[in-house]
Design a protein around this ligand. Sequence first.
Ligand code: PBG
Ligand code: ZN
Length: 279
Amino acid sequence: MPGVFQFSPDGIVDEARRAQDLGLQAILLFGVPREKDEQASGAYAENGVVQKTLRAIKSKCPEVVAITDVCLCQYMSHGHCGVARIDGDHFHVLNDETVDLLVKTALSHAHAGADMVAPSDMMDGRIGAIREALDANGFDQTGIMSYAAKFASVFYGPFRDAAESPPKFGDRRSYQMDCANAEEALREVALDVEEGADILMIKPALPYIDILWRVRERFAKPTAVYHVSGEYAMVKAAAEKGFLDERAAVLEIMTSLKRAGADIIVTYWARELAEWVRE
Ligand code: PBG
Ligand code: ZN
């Protein structure tokens, strides 16, 4: 993705400081580990890449609000978001075994200083399990931003490249949501609310702006929207070809998301946007 880079833990500290100086509210961390295995051990390792980064941020610029993506796909050799069982040509992701590992991951992030965790896996029951474990370990002040309605989407393609996490077989449709089914999305969001999510997130953004609006209206909770890599790439590519004015397009898209109810926008344009808004 043009303009998108992987950083070392130390590089992130400078980046976090810059984000803060620009007036951005928070940063969202995604780990790209050196090694992967079938239990995603890097996700909950004491010295994992995200854990190291959190400690660096919290020792050098503690006021930065650090949110962590909690998922296993970048850490799994097969690239799925959970523990996979493979029988011949078929595979399925084991929900409860996955939840156990997600809980371990979220706890290790909290221990390393995360202000908020953001589970992006879409397993059933993970928000409640993570909330309970955080509370039981003295992290009752650590928030949960839930990827509450995350659709199976072609627009995650560039991210999977950047994060080195495309699945080696199959797809994510057994755990991510069906693009055609709005009612399922609202039921999934309702479960996350009951289980204790502090912020509800809808993802992707523009193709699901109806869901964003309905979730904001129905649940009246802080609502975030994730403008994803493919949405970013489309505008970037069009701008590079001279078809669109990037700045005007981005300002219009972000304004639309706000109009549709977003309290929080996750975007790869965050830095530029902060500057443009200020200007
Ligand atoms: C991993 C994760 C993905 C994204 C955020 N967290 C990829 C996926 O589910 O395949 C996508 C972000 C983007 O496209 O910008 N669970
Ligand atoms: Zn994942």
